[in-house]
Design a protein around this ligand. Sequence first.
Ligand code: HEC
Ligand code: HEC
Length: 328
Amino acid sequence: MASRTLPIIVIFSVFLTGVVSADENLRNLANKLFGTIPETMPGSEKDTPEKIELGEKLYFEKALSVNKSQSCNTCHNILNGGSGSDNLKTSVGALGIMGRRNSLTTWNAGFQFAQFWDARAKDLEEQAKFPLLNPNEMALPSEDIAVKRLEEMGYLNLFQQAFPEQDSPLNFDNITLALSAFQRTLITHDRFDDFQNGDDDALTQLEKDGFQTFVVKGCNACHNGPLMGGKLLIKMGLVKPYPNTEDKGRAEVTGNPAQNFLFKVPPLRHVAQTYPYFHDGAGETLEEAVRDTGWHQLGIRLSEKEVDEISAFLRALNNTKKMSFQDK
Ligand code: HEC
Ligand code: HEC
């Protein structure tokens, strides 16, 4: 029986491969290597509408910076199609101090294996404590100041609704919990998702060529999974040394020199919008970032045609979900 059906299956699948279109082959490859961005973020099961609403208000709350000049949105702009970053080389804090790293986007951040360029926070909840108290960012002198200010501004009611099971819900931990609940709603959608879901026309021929080049050159070795990144720590300058050695990356967290220059592989979803590039913001344009990673991470000089194709493909990853929040 088996020996009779086998040849039929073989003939049938040869026939199938014959009729499968080039687009279908690309789609299968895309689904295998990347996949679409999921509809919901891990941990969102416990996010009630009240927590999310409070978190949204806090995300735009300037009273959470020392001189009431900055909110999270200042450096992670999500209004009117904003990139979720500040588009500065490196961020400038509430007191005017320039930080040493390029702002990462808050869009899709919670899908990653860890937060920050050096993965020093394990999730969004842990992450949110850093900017509030970081002297180079929102620079609050203490956790208590944040709580006291929100109390004075009449936030208690909103915290009671968001954390109904607690007796005194207005505390620092709940600020970070609410912020993370809101950020778990920041999920992008783009034309590459539409293509993977079956719409051949979602990508132009140039973008499809760019996708193929991206894979053929091996970019997906590090930029993998639905975000095309956010899953690994890799040495910046893996093959050809990166000229800026001032920032030691992961080694600064662990003190282990073997981890010098390890940085998180950044997601490439809507990357065209989050210029400038790299942890130090040294890559000014998308083309430059593509050319430079080809060199530093793969040791290859991409041709200008390849750079253009890949860049066109990466521009197809722009967020098409027109999420637009009221300016608060
Ligand atoms: C002064 C600008 C600034 C402010 C204000 C700020 N951030 Fe950031 N944020 C940054 C920078 C710069 C980084 C990257 C720093 C690093 O990796 O060391 C970052 C990283 C992050 C990340 C990690 C993303 C990733 O891909 O790893 C998240 C999430 C985030 N910020 C959320 C927030 C929230 C929530 C607030 C408000 C409580 C906030 N930020 C306020 C500049 C800022
Ligand atoms: C060996 C792993 C690896 C490979 C292969 C790789 N990258 Fe990267 N890529 C990284 C890391 C790590 C960074 C962040 C480095 C930093 O900022 O210090 C990065 C950064 C980038 C950035 C900047 C993103 C941002 O938000 O700043 C772009 C764009 C990029 N890569 C595209 C590509 C392309 C296109 C290819 C293929 C030609 C490629 N990468 C191959 C690891 C890799």
